[in-house]
Ligand binder design. Structure first.
Ligand code: FAD
Length: 317
């Protein structure tokens, strides 16, 4: 079922969902299931699975020369989505990125998703390759997420890259990313929102936000979206802080601010066990306020760990 239908059927009740990462190449899928299992009691109608692009590695060979290796460290998104749908009977939402793919490869992945009975896709541009400073599109691929949204939208109307198939139309529900504190490459929030609107106009059906710790940022973002005529559901992305280092890692990776009250509380912790508890308490309060305002879903970034999310969800659902 489509994410938008799950939201509609919930009749204003806030739903619980979460995102997982595929395991690193060679690791067991069982680790993923062990983290999903404790969260199933909160009845997530959908689970997101991230997509990870290739990385470059430089390895020294015995003769002293250096070899450049192109490797995907977390493959398996398509297979994990199929496994989740089969094992848990919930909708898996694969992420689909522009980076590293030409349009033909993208079309073929979409055909696989369709055959697997996947109804939803979160469409993204993807980040730059780690060793590159800025995003370089594939020469035969897409530069921005709105172009990828259009490609999925075309397939939803039966228009493939080279042919039209009236009976081959897919019916994907398309999620897109939004940034309450603006995307880091954007000169300002208004410009970023203009491009967000472009993604909606191209066929985006719902928005999932970047993680944030200050609800005001989310509420202001939703208000601005509504003023621009964006009417689709806007799902807040939530991440509990769990170690002291998150004070620097999260702003660095996700380009977000942290409220001073949270920073102080974490700084005053004597160890990471205490930080873990502060993170849980902060998130519970944050989520309670979001639920009070009627957010459609609380979407947790689990990043492969579920114990704190289980404790938070126990308080909320
Ligand atoms: P876009 O919407 O294309 O925007 C990128 C930048 O370009 C923005 O600054 C925007 O303002 C600007 N822009 C957009 N359109 C245009 C245009 N037509 N002309 C000029 N400028 C434009 N990354 C992964 O690699 N894998 C994942 O699984 C993944 N999951 C994510 C899930 C969520 C909920 C979020 C919020 C992010 C996720 N990311 C993931 C990270 C994401 O790929 C990066 O944030 C990426 O840098 C931007 O992606 P986007 O889809 O928002 O890009």
């Amino acid at each position: 079922m489509k994410v938008t239908e799950h939201i509609k059927n919930a009749n204003g009740k806030t739903l619980f969902s979460f995102e997982i990462l595929p395991p690193k190449k060679g690791e067991d899928l069982q680790n993923i299931f062990s983290n999903i299992d404790p969260l199933m009691e909160f009845k997530p109608p959908f689970i997101d699975v991230t997509y990870h692009r290739e990385e470059y590695e430089y390895r020294e060979l015995p003769n002293g020369s250096i070899q450049k290796i192109i490797t995907r460290k977390r493959p398996g998104t398509v297979g994990i989505c199929a496994a989740i749908q089969q094992k848990y009977k919930v909708d898996a939402v694969p992420h689909l990125i522009c980076g590293g793919f030409n349009k033909e490869e993208t079309e073929n992945i979409l055909i696989d998703f369709n055959f697997l009975g996947i109804d939803n896709i979160l469409v993204l541009r993807g980040d730059p390759i780690k060793s590159e400073g800025f995003f370089k599109p594939h020469p035969q691929g897409h530069s921005y997420a709105n172009e990828l949204v259009s490609q999925v939208g075309h397939m939803n109307s039966g228009k493939y890259l080279h042919e039209e198939y009236a009976h081959g139309a897919t019916n994907f529900c398309i999620g897109i990313a939004g940034y309450p504190e603006k995307h880091f490459e954007s000169p300002n929030l208004d410009t970023d929102l203009g491009y967000l609107k472009q993604k909606i106009n191209a066929g985006g059906n719902y928005i999932v936000t970047q993680l944030f710790f200050d609800n005001k940022k989310y509420f202001d973002f939703v208000k601005k979206c509504r003023e621009l005529g964006i009417t689709v559901p806007i799902i807040p992305g939530i991440k509990p802080i769990s170690i002291k280092k998150h004070l620097t890692i999260l702003p660095n990776v996700f380009h977000i601010d942290m409220p001073q009250e949270l920073v102080k509380a974490v700084e005053n912790c004597k160890d990471n066990k205490a930080v873990y508890e502060v993170g849980i308490e902060w998130t519970i309060n944050q989520c309670k306020e979001l639920m009070k305002q009627g957010v459609p879903v609380l979407h947790f970034y689990s990043m492969g760990r579920s114990e704190n999310i289980r404790r938070i969800a126990t308080e909320l659902f």
